[in-house]
Design a protein around this ligand. Structure first.
Ligand SMILES: [Zn+2]
Length: 79
């Protein structure tokens, strides 16, 4: 199985939660090793999740996912 950036973005929440199967996790790990875009997205997504899990921030900042999607769209447009 070969995955691309869109697959990673689709599964990134589940990946962080440890909620993907071992095969998919291995594919995502392999992809992240050579993809700076997905690595950056994983880092920023993880930061939000950690803040929420920490209990001190209960809401994802307004517009966060909107901005993320804009970034993803821009990244895709660049190819
Ligand atoms: Zn990627």
């Amino acid at each position: 199985m070969k995955i691309d950036c869109k697959h990673v973005w689709h599964h990134i929440s589940a990946y962080i939660d440890g909620d993907v199967d071992a095969l998919l996790r291995a594919e995502i790990d392999r992809h992240l090793e050579h993809c700076e875009i997905c690595s950056a997205i994983l880092d920023s997504t993880r930061n939000i999740v950690v803040l929420v899990a920490d209990g001190r921030i209960f809401e994802i900042p307004t517009g966060y996912s909107e901005r993320l999607h804009e970034r993803l769209d821009a990244a895709m447009a660049e190819g």
